[in-house]
Ligand binder design. Structure first.
Ligand code: G3H
Ligand code: 13P
Ligand code: ZN
Length: 308
């Protein structure tokens, strides 16, 4: 089928209380892995492209590739800009057929975030494109020592409601203790689940969890076995993700887990086959590992069997 909007995907998730993964791609292999996993699990899926990915592969190449994959696929797929920071990128993505954009002005003061986000909403909604925005800062809870700082960094539920009312966004990314990358916590991993519940009570649109990778211990161990150095890597455990979805999270962003899976697959293959130099062999192994991880995530989020 043709690409669908992220709003269509998230409305179903919001109404029925499950989560949908947004998985980042930078190249063909990651996209194939995600689409095949979604098909095998009969799940809707969101494919996310960051500004860094656009710089690496070219926005047109990535957009055309995903549109073609969607047209051949039986599951609903949305194509989404992840952490769009520049107006030109948003416009270019919409021109290239993206069905959803994230405008991330979360590092700006509240009024500026509202103004910048509203401008994107006006443009995107005029052409039927979904908009996600963010309020709060992604930072590990244990890195925040003072209560006052914690309140300044994590999403304030009342401010979140004001933001959504003022901008008309379709989905809202909230800061509840996660951070991007493979080193999220030094001590016990902990998300502010109560805060998600409070936001959910006031904000009646799908909520988004960034920095949601689990940094899966078995994948990290496999990569390390074959030479990776990932000491201290730690992510969000599965039970916290489940609690976050129960509390109101609908979209879960995963990039790091795919990167680690690919790394483990490629490292293992190259280590076991030092004489092989055909890239299709080792990239193929990385692709298989990414696919397995995406399937695990789909089942964890509960979007398996939800395709229409
Ligand atoms: O949240 C960021 C995503 O993991 C994308 O990362 O900017 O390195 O492509 P990137
Ligand atoms: P991770 O680094 O935890 O995978 O988060 C990805 C993300 O939030 C992309 O927007
Ligand atoms: Zn993110």
């Amino acid at each position: 089928m043709a690409l669908v909007t992220m709003k269509e995907i998230l409305t179903d998730a919001y109404e029925k209380g499950y989560g949908v993964g947004a998985f980042n791609i930078n190249n063909l292999e990651f996209m194939q892995a995600i689409v095949e996993a979604a098909e095998e699990e009969n799940s809707p899926v969101i494919i996310a492209v960051s500004e860094g990915a656009m710089k690496y592969a070219g926005i047109e190449f990535l957009a055309e590739m995903v549109k073609l994959a969607a047209s051949k696929s039986s599951v609903p797929i949305a194509l989404h800009v992840d952490h769009g920071k520049h107006w030109e990128v948003i416009v270019s993505a919409i021109r290239n057929g993206f069905t959803s954009v994230m405008i991330d002005a979360s590092d700006k003061p509240f009024e500026d975030n509202v103004r910048i986000t509203s401008k994107v909403v006006d443009l995107a909604h005029a052409v039927g494109v979904t908009v996600e925005a963010e309020i709060g800062r992604l930072k590990g809870i244990e890195d925040i020592v003072k209560v006052s700082e914690r309140e300044a960094v994590l999403t304030d539920p009342v401010e979140a409601k004001e933001f959504v009312d003022a901008t008309g966004v379709d989905a809202l990314a909230v800061a509840v203790g996660t951070s991007h990358g493979a080193y999220k916590f030094k001590g016990e991993p902990k998300l502010d689940i109560e805060r998600i519940k409070k936001i959910r009570e006031l904000v009646k649109i799908p909520l988004v969890l960034h920095g949601a990778s689990g940094v899966l211990p078995d994948i990290v161990a496999l990569a390390e076995k074959y030479g990776a150095e990932l000491k201290g890597a730690k992510g969000v455990p599965d039970d916290q993700i489940k609690a976050a979805i129960e509390a109101g999270i609908c979209k879960i962003n995963i990039d790091t887990d795919l990167r680690l899976s690919f790394l483990a697959g490629v490292r293992k293959f190259l280590s076991e086959n030092p004489d092989v130099f055909d890239p299709r062999k080792y990239l193929g192994e990385g692709r298989e590992m990414v696919k397995e991880t995406v399937k695990r995530k789909i089942r964890l989020f509960g979007s398996n069997g939800r395709a229409w």
